[in-house]
Design a protein around this ligand. Structure first.
Ligand code: ZN
Length: 239
């Protein structure tokens, strides 16, 4: 119980974190960012997902305000494939070109500042070290250091919760099912957005997307793995 703020993009991971937060916290705020990302579809998806949660009897009482901040476009200060459509989505010097330097550090700072006057001491973020691309700001060590920096900088305890830190994509599908049952699994599959190239027109068993970008491929692989261990839920979900 208590207050929490979820960094909520409308993707699979942050939506699972939102399900986690409305299960474990009495008052849950959400925050999203427009920072020039190519996959603008996630901003539409997050609105839909919030509407679904607000109409659900178990969660509607717990959701507080949603805050969307428009940040300067990252392409003004860095060249990366997530905010610059002219950059190829590929690997460069051991990191995917979709890495936006400092993005989660900025997001966590804004979240802590927003929470300061609202009595929110817990920030939930859907980063993880398993099954991911090696983004350095998704690591446990970075989150722990940020927790310390924010607690010192605000002179009050700030907790950063990372419920997906050790979970693979398959385990993240399973976790949504555990948190909210078949309804939650269907919400994740049909309403969340993952595709880097913004495709919401092609339907696959794992959800909408181009099916080809690294993000779609990771989600597809996770769904297949999940289905092998949860056959009946996968079948129900497809009907
Ligand atoms: Zn894709």
């Amino acid at each position: 119980m208590g207050n929490a703020l979820v960094l909520f993009s409308g993707g699979q991971d942050s939506t699972t974190c939102l399900l986690y937060a409305v299960t474990h916290y009495e008052n849950v705020w959400t925050m999203g960012f427009s920072y020039g990302q190519r996959h603008t579809a996630e901003m539409v998806c997050r609105t839909d997902i919030l509407a679904e949660l607000r109409s659900h009897k178990d969660y509607q009482e717990r959701l507080r305000a949603d805050c969307v901040l428009t940040l300067p476009n990252f392409s003004a200060i860095d060249t990366n494939a997530l905010t610059d459509p002219h950059q190829a989505i590929a690997e460069h010097n051991g990191l995917p070109t979709t890495f936006v330097p400092g993005r989660n550090i900025l997001f966590l700072s804004y979240a802590a500042a927003y929470g300061y006057s609202r009595g929110i001491q817990t920030i939930v973020i859907g980063v993880g070290e398993a099954d991911y691309s090696g983004y350095p700001d998704c690591r446990q060590a970075t989150c722990q250091a940020m927790e310390q920096a924010l607690s010192l900088g605000l002179d009050r305890p700030v907790r950063i919760e990372t419920p997906l830190m050790t979970k693979s994509k398959a385990e993240t599908f399973a976790y949504a099912l555990e948190l909210g049952g078949q309804w939650a699994l269907d919400l994740i599959r049909k309403k969340t957005h993952t595709c880097y190239v913004n495709d919401r027109s092609h339907w696959h068993d794992f959800g909408y997307g181009c099916g080809e970008c690294p993000s779609c491929r990771l989600r597809a692989k996770g769904w297949e793995e999940f289905c092998r261990s949860h056959v009946s839920e996968c079948c129900k979900s497809k009907t």
